[in-house]
Ligand binder design. Structure first.
Ligand code: COA
Length: 132
């Protein structure tokens, strides 16, 4: 039996890295926001933090443990929050949460969380050490 997903926290962790609105073009054939769209927003947001940490190009090498906690609907304001968890030699682990603000709602609700790993790259696209 799998353990139940832990409850969503009441407040986001990390810094705002991206904010956008879910649009009709981002829906799947059921009219719901496509999960891949949300993952790409999280990936872009994490890359912004990774780039500003490494001060170089970065690439995504792994995405772990993504949980989709609630659906996103057209018109939701989607905000991604990113937090640096650890720095390896060339890699950075970043936790990313997406929260939505819905029409007429007073508070944001968390919709996803995940852990993304980025690698710092040199000008030739090879991994290079992240300065500490
Ligand atoms: C990222 C990439 C340059 C790494 O090259 P590589 O030859 O595997 O380099 P390394 O083995 O030295 O690994 C580099 C770092 O990534 C980490 N890493 C590699 N694979 C990993 C994985 N699956 N999960 C977590 N970390 C990983 C290594 O532990 C290492 O971290 P460290 O330097 O902090 O110890 C190469 O795998 C690549 O180009 N991947 C494609 C990336 C991409 O196109 N992303 C967008 C997807 S569309």
């Amino acid at each position: 039996m799998t353990a139940p997903a832990s409850p969503a926290p009441a407040a986001p962790s990390g810094d705002v890295v991206i904010r956008t609105i879910a649009m009709p073009a981002d829906t799947n054939n059921n009219g719901d926001i496509f999960g891949g769209w949300l993952v790409s927003q999280m990936d872009i947001g994490g890359a912004i933090l990774a780039r500003s940490t490494a001060l170089s190009r970065v690439t995504t090498v792994a995405i772990d443990a993504i949980s989709f906690l609630r659906p996103v609907v057209v018109g939701d304001i989607v905000t991604c929050y990113a937090q640096l968890l650890s720095i390896g030699r060339t890699s950075m682990k970043i936790s990313i949460e997406a929260w939505v603000h819905r029409y007429a709602a007073s508070q944001q609700q968390q919709v996803t969380r995940g852990c993304f790993t980025y690698v710092a790259l040199d000008s030739e696209g090879k991994p290079h050490p992240v300065k500490r």
